[in-house]
Design a protein around this ligand. Structure first.
Ligand code: HEM
Length: 372
């Protein structure tokens, strides 16, 4: 169902589905797929009908189930408020120099022959930024990155993923316990100092940040390299005018955003595009299709950083809208500036295949061959 060819370029299929079957029940996934902008937006914004409460019915001891992303209000509001202050643009700007150091430390390797951008840069960089943010001790960082990679590698094998997440939860719990006696000014210590937070909630937040903030940023970086390889004139403009970076990244997020969809479960029956979805159905509202819907964006299949991306759904919408958006944007801007300054000829290597991620929720690459 998820062939490499389709997952590399799913957008023409999305376009025909928006026309012919905008609400499609897929047996293999046991889910209704939504393709039209208006339906997708509604599913993210109408949380009274489209619940986030453990939509995949994972076992209740799964490390991720108790975190904000899988909870409805009022629990969601409380958990989100505990984490929110860490992600303001001001809080993120404070760690900018460290983010830049981490990116710099990974730049040299990209010049090696047969370079894989994912392995050398786009996977380790955001994992180390999250480690920095949380306050993971230097001696534990290699293990932290290795967990991040294992999570990505096992995303499509639920049993393996559950085991990896269980192990990571144990590792995170040990780090959190250590923080009780070795306090610093990073997130784990801040959260532990909050009398309204339990240790388990702090462990849950650490797991959620790695799961929600790692592969997403890795693939925003990958997809940016892909878009600029396909549009060398945009890359040239960006090299000449680095201030264009935020607009280019915005358009990459619309055109080839890394999150294709997030699951929901209907609380009641609901009619979308003349199709009734029964109560208690699993729903997958496709952000990747909504962002290419001509009813929301003119000439949606043209990559054009001069357009307005207002209304794009790449970071979701409504109460679960991404908490890490300022961090993801900053990381990508810093990395892009350093990469293009050092390697103006950086592009996808056309002589080696891109290995896409075969998942209904991520648009990105498991390996991305590049030349400089
Ligand atoms: C390009 C990078 C990223 C993209 C495209 C992205 C996208 C998204 C989307 C679509 C959602 C909504 C999920 C839903 O509605 O169920 C979300 C939620 C979330 N994201 Fe991100 N994300 C990115 C990076 C990050 C980073 C770097 C972090 C933190 C380190 C992060 C933390 C979160 C959290 C905690 C939530 C849950 C918010 C809630 O449930 O209220 N994300 N993200």
């Amino acid at each position: 169902m998820f062939s490499a060819e389709l997952m590399l370029e799913p957008f023409s299929l999305f376009a025909s589905m928006r026309e012919s079957q905008p609400v499609l029940h897929v047996e293999q996934l046991g889910a209704y797929l939504l393709f039209r902008y208006a339906d997708v937006k509604r599913a993210y914004e109408d949380h009274a009908v489209f619940s986030s409460n453990n939509p995949l019915r994972q076992p209740s001891n799964s490390p991720i189930v108790e975190t904000m992303i899988f909870r409805d209000p009022p629990e969601h509001s409380r958990l989100r408020a505990l984490a929110q202050s860490a992600f303001t643009p001001k809080a993120i700007a404070a760690i900018e120099p460290r983010i830049e150091d981490i990116a710099r430390a990974h730049i040299d390797a990209i010049a090696s022959p047969n370079a894989d951008f994912v392995q050398l840069f786009s996977a380790p960089f955001p994992a180390l930024v999250i480690a920095e943010l949380l306050g993971v001790d230097a001696s534990r960082r290699a293990q932290f990155v290795s967990f991040a990679n294992d999570i990505v590698a096992s995303v499509l094998v639920p049993d393996v993923l559950t085991n990896v997440l269980d192990e990571f939860q144990r590792f995170a719990r040990a780090i959190v316990e250590e923080k009780r006696s070795h306090t610093d000014n990073r997130l784990l210590s801040q959260w532990l100092a909050n009398p309204d937070t339990t240790t388990e909630e702090v462990v849950g937040l650490a797991v959620l940040l790695l799961v929600a903030g790692h592969e997403t940023t890795t693939n925003l970086l990958n997809n940016t390299v892909r878009c600029l390889s396909d549009a060398p004139h945009v890359k040239q403009r960006l090299i000449e005018t680095p201030e264009l970076a935020p607009r280019v990244i915005d358009e990459v997020l619309r055109f080839r955003g890394p999150v294709l969809a997030a699951f929901r479960r209907t609380r009641t029956a609901v009619v979308l595009s003349d199709t009734t979805i029964p109560a208690d159905s699993l729903v997958l509202p496709l952000i990747g299709s909504a962002n290419r819907d001509p009813s929301a964006f003119a000439n949606p299949d043209v990559f054009d950083p001069d357009r307005s991306t207002r209304g794009m759904l790449s970071f979701g919408s409504g109460i679960h809208r991404c908490l890490g958006e300022p961090l993801a944007r900053l990381e990508t801007q810093l990395a892009l500036r350093l990469l293009l300054k050092r390697y103006p000829a950086l592009r996808v290597d056309p002589s080696r295949p891109i290995e896409p991620i075969l998942s209904p929720v991520v648009h990105g690459a498991r390996s991305l061959p590049v030349v400089v």
